[in-house]
Structures are given as C-alpha cells and as structure tokens.
Design a protein around this ligand. Structure first.
Ligand SMILES: [Cu+2]
Length: 160
C-alpha cells in the first residue's frame, strides 16, 4: 500500500514537471524523396521541406525521412563550422524520424552530413507567451518536485 502511494506521488510530480518542456505545437519537416545531387530539390533548396521554418522557443521539430536512403539532420554548416554542436540526428533511415526541442532564440543552420548540399534552417523567434523562455521548471514545479521526492522517500521507508 505504501509503495502504491509512493508510486502515485512520484507520478504526480513527474506530470507536474513534464509540461515545462515542449509547450508549443510540434512542427514537421519532411526529408523529401530522392534528395540526391541531381534532384530538383537541390537547386530549389527544398530537400528539407520546408527548408526554413520559424518557430517559438520550446517547440519540438520533427524530421521524417521520406526518402529511400539514410540522411542526417546536423546543426552547423557544411564548411565545418560547429558541426553537430547543437543537435545531430545521426543517420535517419527510411521512414525514420528525429526530433529536437528548441529552447532558446536564435538561427540554427543545419545540413545532411551524407549529402552536404542538403541544407535547412530553423529560426527560433520571440516566445509566443512573454517570459516563457526560461528553459527550466518554474519555481512552483520545483517545490512540488522536491516535496514529492521527500514524501516518496519517507513513505517508502514507512515513517508515516
Ligand atoms: Cu542526406
């Protein structure tokens, strides 16, 4: 019984903390079929479609590989500046997906390390709700979390 209560309290604290991560609606980007060197998407710069997206902080972006070969979503640019320092999907196989939650404002260039002519850009603009850029939990959520851990430990030890 005490274990059940402890588990319930732990679940409660997890659900109180969870919404602080991705708060905006997710955005999808397609890695288009046949993103090879000779494909029209290279000259049109739409191998990642859309190749440029503008989002608010705390938005989760999903890339789906709709091609028949593996691709990557790697931050930086093909000339070698800061490659993978912000995010790096590694190889995404056909029909595979990769997601990243953008917390802070800024312009993030990315490309495919296998086919470096494939480039894209994520622009993280102003937050949709003023003051919501803080990436960590709010003070109330932190208090709830600490209290939950405290009670969970004591309940599990049978002190109450
Ligand atoms: Cu590729």
């Amino acid at each position: 019984m005490k274990l059940a209560i402890a588990a319930f309290v732990a679940l409660l604290s997890a659900s109180a903390a969870a919404p602080a991560f991705a708060q905006e609606s997710p955005v999808s980007v397609s890695i288009v079929s046949g993103s090879e060197a000779s494909q029209p998407c290279v000259s049109a710069k739409t191998c990642y479609d859309p190749d440029t997206i503008t989002i608010s902080p705390r938005t989760e972006v999903f890339w789906t590989n709709n091609d028949t070969t593996a691709h990557t979503v790697t931050s930086g640019d093909p000339s070698g500046n800061d490659v993978g320092s912000v995010f790096d999907s590694g190889q995404i196989g056909p029909q595979g997906t990769y997601s990243f939650i953008f917390m802070s404002q800024g312009t993030f260039d990315y490309f495919c390390t296998i086919h470096p002519w494939m480039t894209g850009q994520v622009i993280v603009g102003a937050p949709s709700v003023p003051g919501s850029t803080t990436p960590e939990f709010g003070p109330a959520a932190a208090l709830v979390f600490v209290a939950s851990v405290f009670f969970t430990v004591f309940l599990a030890r049978g002190r109450f």
